[in-house]
Design a binder for this molecule. Structure first.
Ligand code: PLP
Length: 398
């Protein structure tokens, strides 16, 4: 028997991280792999943010920080939520965490009892399901259709609710699909939630700034359910600050206090220097993000053109984030030159890595087994080369 706990044995390794590991192994053998598996901006953190961090170090920001974040950072986040999202929160409603990931985990741990059902809109971000598992909740996945840009509808949601439903989790803009819920769609979701007073919603808005259609709508804007919405956001994507590990949530004081308690026993406050950098990021506004978004939009258009030339790949046009998520099921049942059969998206992703030297992530990791996720956060040149290689290696399938 294993010495490890049942809890950790049941947990899956993140498949995005697993694929990146495989890609790195091939690279270590000297193979030129194009890695489109990672959800990471390829931009450097803007200089004004890096400068603020350097100054913070010399100014003595080197000690333990308050568990829920520095007061001025929490105030700046509250101001941002008011200014950009029309959401009124006080600093006491904000908990700063080690990435949006910890904010999500804190909220799940604070709300979910063993046996509670958590409705997760699929395709979903890889970690949602495992967080629910750690909390001993039961994940109920709802898969949107390709025709509806993979967005779950209010009717689908209503039909999935049971007396055990405790929480709903979704991201918009969505990782992995790039879909963005419209105001009207979220209004429908909000109406369903309003009818079920026990249900809370974890709205993951980490890709807020990376939006090609314009309007970002926060579910908490629907006032009658605001107290039951936990809004998660952070600095990783919009400010290209993945390594700094700063995210946050906004919720009622009761829920924020619970998340703070959780965090106080697991990690304490987020890194001092990173918090000062995050404050500077907010003070600088959206200008740096807007510049990056233009690049993401251009790449999306370029990649879409190439993907549309690949027979059998079916993909909606992403409205945000930096991924493309084609349905590749037309290739299931085909045979690789070495005689092996491609039966799943995982088989195809591995084939593309080994044959085409392009790393991507199987849709199985996102609850969408017909799809593969490619990150478009790479240089134009790399993206062009990657999809040329993919097309060529798919042509070799029998
Ligand atoms: N939520 C979604 C949908 C993500 O894609 C990611 C990162 O990949 C996160 C949350 C986590 O963000 P952070 O790096 O701030 O922890």
């Amino acid at each position: 028997p294993s010495i490890l706990s049942d809890r950790i044995s049941a947990l899956q390794e993140s498949q995005t991280i697993a694929m990146a590991k495989k890609a790195r192994e091939l690279m270590a053998q000297g193979i030129d792999v194009i890695n489109l598996s990672f959800g990471e901006p390829d931009f450097e953190t803007p200089e004004y943010i890096r400068e603020a961090a350097k100054k913070a170090m010399d100014a003595g920001y080197t000690k333990y920080t308050p568990v829920p974040g520095y007061p001025d950072l929490r105030q700046a986040i509250a101001d941002k939520l008011q200014r950009e999202n029309q959401l009124a929160y006080k600093p006491e409603n904000i908990v700063v965490s080690t990435g949006a990931k910890q904010a999500l985990a804190n909220a799940v741990m604070s709300l979910v009892n063993p046996g509670d059902e958590v409705i997760v809109f699929a395709p979903y971000w890889v970690s949602y399901e495992e967080m629910v598992r750690l909390a001993e909740g039961v994940t109920v996945t709802l898969l949107g259709t390709l025709e509806n840009d993979y967005k779950v509808t209010a009717a689908q949601l209503e039909a999935a609710i049971t007396p055990r439903t405790k929480l709903i989790m979704y991201s918009s803009p969505c990782n992995p699909t790039g879909s963005v819920f419209t105001r009207q769609e979220l209004s429908g979701i909000a109406e369903v939630v309003a009818r079920h007073p026990r249900i809370h919603v974890l709205a993951d808005e980490i890709y807020e700034y990376i939006n090609f259609v314009g309007e970002h709508v926060s579910l908490a804007q629907f006032g009658d359910i605001k107290d039951r919405v936990i809004t998660v956001n952070g600095f990783s994507k919009g400010y290209a600050m993945t390594g700094w590990r700063v995210g946050y949530l906004a919720a009622t004081r009761e829920i924020a206090a619970a998340c703070e308690k959780m965090q106080s026993q697991i990690t304490s406050g987020t890194c001092s220097v990173a918090q000062r950098a995050a404050l500077a990021a907010l003070q600088g506004g959206r200008t740096s993000a807007d510049t990056m978004v233009e690049a993401y939009r251009r790449r999306r258009d370029m990649v879409l053109t190439q993907v549309q030339e690949i027979p059998g790949f079916k993909t909606p046009t992403p409205s945000g984030a930096f991924y493309i998520f084609p349905d590749v099921s037309a290739y299931f049942g085909r045979t690789a030159p070495d005689g092996s059969r491609i039966s799943t998206a995982t088989d195809l992703a591995l084939y593309m890595l080994n044959e085409g030297h392009v790393a991507a992530v199987t849709g199985e990791a996102f609850g969408a087994p017909n799809c593969i996720r490619f990150s478009t956060a790479a240089s134009d040149e790399k993206l062009r080369e990657a999809f040329t290689r993919i097309k060529a290696c798919l042509e070799k399938l029998g």
